[in-house]
Design a binder for this molecule. Structure first.
Ligand SMILES: *[C@@H]1O[C@H](CO)[C@@H](O)[C@H](O)[C@H]1NC(C)=O
Ligand SMILES: *[C@@H]1O[C@H](CO)[C@@H](O)[C@H](O)[C@H]1NC(C)=O
Length: 230
């Protein structure tokens, strides 16, 4: 029993003399859907093969056999589902096939979708709501008559609405915008088409148009901003 256990521990935790590699993302770790992302894994010593892992999965997502210190992994035209935590490892020829170096630090790849809430006033605060949740999802003060809300793409599908209000008394509140629905893409399909991508991109860029300005009640000057509620 005991020798087996020791063997497994050695496989899972290679000696500290196999120091961890470094993982980086180009052009950035926060990208919009459709961007080609390159993940570079750099080993502290020449290696024979490299593996890219996505968190929560035990098998390598991608493998590269290169006799150098650097391997590149290409994630073409990333989708929100490809956002997440990645790490890489390297292996040397004299190690067993399932022996990997210590993992690199985790790299968080965020594939974002942006929702824009557009209104009719400058220098106001925009508030984004999701679904039936009463609490705002995000706030943005903006000098422009709109505000952009970035969302992690994988968690973006859902319904959204927004409104804006002046930052101080007298409080002017807009009505709530019409609801915008961001649809989930079919991430189970490996044959992910450009058409799907274009649709998602459009949904993400749709302006949440607000109706005419409203509800300016002079009496609200005397009220606390508690009036600023859904
Ligand atoms: C991504 O890479 C593929 C293959 O190299 C290329 O055909 C495509 O045009 C690239 N897309 C973008 C948005 O750069
Ligand atoms: C918005 O705020 C900026 C900076 O405080 C100010 O210069 C500008 O005049 C304001 N614009 C409006 C329309 O109130």
């Amino acid at each position: 029993m005991a020798p087996v256990l020791i063997l497994q521990l050695l496989t899972l935790f290679p000696p500290a003399s196999y120091p961890k590699p470094w993982l980086g993302a180009w052009p950035a770790t926060v990208v919009t859907p459709g961007v080609n992302v390159t993940l570079r894994c750099r080993a502290p010593q020449p290696a024979w093969r490299f593996a890219l892992f996505k968190s929560g999965e035990t098998d390598p997502l991608l493998l590269r056999e290169v006799s150098s210190e650097l391997a590149e992994f290409f994630l073409e035209e990333v989708t929100p589902a490809q956002g997440g935590s990645y790490h890489c490892c390297y292996g040397k020829p004299d190690w067993g096939p399932s022996v990997w170096s210590q993992p690199s630090d985790a790299l968080e790849l965020l594939v974002t979708v942006t929702l824009r809430c557009a209104g009719g006033l400058r220098n106001v605060s925009f508030v984004l709501y999701r679904g039936d949740v009463a609490a705002p999802l995000q706030y943005r003060d903006s000098a422009q008559p709109w505000a952009d809300f970035p969302l992690p793409g994988a968690r973006a599908p859902g319904t959204y609405s927004c409104y804006y209000h002046t930052p101080s008394a007298p409080y002017v509140l807009s009505p709530r915008s019409p609801v915008l629905t961001v649809r989930a893409q079919d991430s189970s399909s490996s044959d992910y088409t450009r058409e799907n991508l274009a649709r998602l991109g459009l949904a993400g860029l749709v302006l949440i148009s607000l109706g005419a300005l409203v509800a300016f009640d002079c009496r609200s000057q005397n009220h606390a901003p508690a009036g600023v509620r859904p």
